[in-house]
Ligand binder design. Structure first.
Ligand code: HEM
Length: 606
């Protein structure tokens, strides 16, 4: 018998199984070989000062620290380590070192000077868009990123945000109609899906000028499909072996969850593909038109300079649809959570809104029956009159930006509960890089984790306390006390993150590094922040001016089930959830969010 007959034919020692077993053994051999190559590379790679960095005990010899990150609230694990090992320490994910940085000055330096995003960003793009669908968010190609960022950043000037704001107000009418209906029928509301719907509408109808987004096939399942894949992408980022399985052809056959993800991906791809085609089908926009759809229309291929096809534009359209909706909806969700935990803070904001007449008399109106019929279509309420907002009686973006209590409250929520808690990772280039006096090898992951910076004992007084007053008392609250390297302000649009704290902060010279980075910093900061913060301010103001908000007893996570309404506990007066309770309700799915948000709403004018 020849070699082929022995090993690759059914005449071999294991009969019909022989070829299968041989193929599997060969694959294992190749995997082992590749693993050994990686191990040798890892061992011989120059370490520079990596060796000097402390690290938590390794969970597993092969996987490194992966084991500790396989939980829903891994940002808290990192914070715990930062408290123990200091403002810079290292972790190992398989054969890659990650340097975790929670020092504001070092983070400012890294985010200003190290542009490369890690493979994780590309990975998230591909789970959400399919293989090869890499947007400016996930691309390792700096030319691609610069081209798309430069072309689309003008879309987020304040002049454009004012235009998009009209769409936010009309979507907010549907939100209120749904909230009133759900509260009336069920005695509570499931707030997050309604907020996500509002934000998707605002994105599609405002940024892309799609006439009636709710009528588009696939709109109603778009949010849940995206969220399913975001959660899956996040699970793969913390568990590289899961990613390996997910992309094998057998995965959807043996796992119902993967099959569901594949079906969701198909629907998402179709939706974004149609949006991209709709944008490209429009006539060439005037040069003065810098709305997002117009910027995307004039985007050209970064290397050939040619007009994009719908397939090529798809990743950017998908990314812009995704990047803004869950971040913004979750921020509003966290604001409602905090308003419920700290009712006296809620009342202080409501009093400010009332005194300023924000969303006061005439802002929310009932629509007549015929119009109501049309508006109620998406929100399932026919018995109650539909509501809409009258823009003439609504505050504008600038007016909202000037309300100190409202903004202090939102800032404090975004400090303690940042939706991008696990942002921002950067990958060093082919050159070693020096941070905090230590040199690290080329291709090292530097993780300037937002949550660690926002909650650091070293940089904040009582960081675990919810204290909006800190923003009222100190106009430079967003900046670290300790001297450090100032990061040059960079980014797109006319809204640097420095503007979030209000006018006084904007005027302060930028000499200290930021310790408050809900929108990141450096050239790859949030390009959509002007729009995001405007929507958050508007929706929080609208909700707190209309309702007194409380958590539904379902949200009580304590084993005894008696904490809600049980008076005062840690974290400042009025707080009835401990940090542990909040952690049990928290879920990192790329975005750090509440798993559910059941609220009881009481109309303030009742
Ligand atoms: C409250 C809402 C939002 C928060 C907290 C937020 C946060 C962030 C953060 C922290 C980053 C930087 C990630 C990094 O450093 O790697 C980022 C990037 C980005 N955000 Fe936002 N964002 C919000 C809303 C929006 C909106 C409304 C849009 C657009 C519609 C948007 C579009 C983007 C894009 C395109 C990027 C990537 C920028 C680049 O690669 O140059 N975001 N966001």
């Amino acid at each position: 018998m020849g070699y082929l007959d022995t090993f690759y034919s059914t005449k071999g020692a294991l009969g019909v199984w022989t070829p299968f077993v041989v193929v599997i053994l060969n694959a294992m051999g190749v995997a082992l070989g590749l693993g050994l190559v990686q191990l040798v590379k890892f061992l011989v790679r120059p370490q520079y000062d990596l060796a000097r960095l402390p690290q938590p005990p390794v969970g597993d010899w092969v996987l490194g620290h992966v084991k500790y990150l396989l939980r829903k609230d891994y940002h808290r694990v990192i914070l715990g380590w930062a408290k123990q090992y200091g403002k810079i320490f290292k972790l190992r994910i398989l054969n890659e070192w990650t340097v975790v940085i929670t020092d504001p000055a070092a983070a400012a330096q890294v985010l200003a000077t190290v542009p490369g995003r890690t493979h994780n960003y590309k990975h998230i793009d591909e789970v959400l868009g399919g293989p090869g669908k890499i947007s400016m968010f996930g691309t390792p190609d700096e030319v691609h990123w610069r081209n798309a960022r430069k072309t689309t950043a003008p879309a987020f000037s304040m002049a454009n945000v004012r235009r998009y704001y009209g769409g936010v107000l009309s979507a907010a009418g549907e939100l209120l109609t749904s909230l009133d209906a759900e509260q009336g029928a069920l005695g509570a509301v499931d707030a997050e899906p309604l907020l996500q719907r509002l934000m998707l509408r605002a994105t599609l109808e405002g940024l892309f000028e799609v006439p009636d987004a709710t009528a588009l096939p696939g709109f109603d399942t778009l949010a849940s499909n995206i969220l399913l894949l975001m959660a899956e992408a996040n699970a793969q980022v913390t568990d590289p072996l899961r990613a390996f399985f997910y992309f094998t052809p057998v995965a959807p056959l043996v796992s119902k969850h993967v099959a569901r993800c594949r079906a969701a991906l198909k629907e998402i791809v179709m939706f974004h593909g149609k949006t991209a085609a709709r944008i490209l089908a429009r006539p060439e926009p005037e040069p003065s038109n810098t709305l997002l759809w117009a910027c995307l229309h004039r985007l050209r291929h970064p290397h050939t300079g040619r007009k994009l096809t719908a397939g090529q534009l798809h990743p950017e359209v998908g990314m812009y649809t995704t990047a803004g909706f869950d971040t913004t909806a979750s921020t509003v969700g966290w604001c409602m959570y905090a308003a419920s935990l700290w009712p006296e803070q809620q009342e202080a904001v409501a009093a400010e809104l009332r005194a300023a007449g924000v969303f006061g008399r005439g802002a929310v109106v009932e629509v007549d029956e015929a119009e109501s019929e049309a508006l109620a279509g998406g929100c399932g309420s026919k018995r109650r009159p539909a509501l809409k907002l009258d823009p003439k009686h609504c505050p504008g973006p600038e007016e909202l930006a000037k309300l100190p209590r409202l903004n202090a409250f939102i800032n404090e929520v975004m400090r303690m509960f940042p939706p991008t808690a696990i942002s921002a990772e950067r990958l060093t280039s082919d050159q070693p890089v020096t941070v905090m006096g230590m040199t690290f090898p080329a291709k090292t992951v530097l993780w300037c984790i937002t949550y660690g910076i926002h909650m650091s004992d070293a940089d904040w007084e009582e960081p675990a306390k919810f204290k909006p007053e800190r923003w009222l008392e100190d106009s430079r609250c967003a900046f670290a006390r300790s001297p450090g390297t100032a990061a040059p302000a960079a980014g797109g649009g006319d809204g640097p993150a420095a503007a979030i704290g209000g006018a006084a902060e904007e005027e302060a010279p930028n000499t200290a590094p930021r310790r408050f980075l809900p929108f990141g910093q450096g050239p790859k900061n949030c390009v959509g922040q002007n729009f995001g913060i405007t929507v958050v301010r508007a929706v929080v103001a609208l909700l707190l001016s209309r309702y007194r908000v409380a958590l539904h007893p379902d949200m009580d996570t304590s084993p005894e089930g008696d904490k809600l309404g049980a008076g005062r506990a840690e974290g400042g007066s009025g707080c009835r959830h401990s940090a542990e309770d909040t952690a049990r309700l928290t879920h990192v799915a790329v975005i750090t969010k509440l798993k559910k948000l059941r609220l009881v709403l009481q109309r303030r004018d009742d």
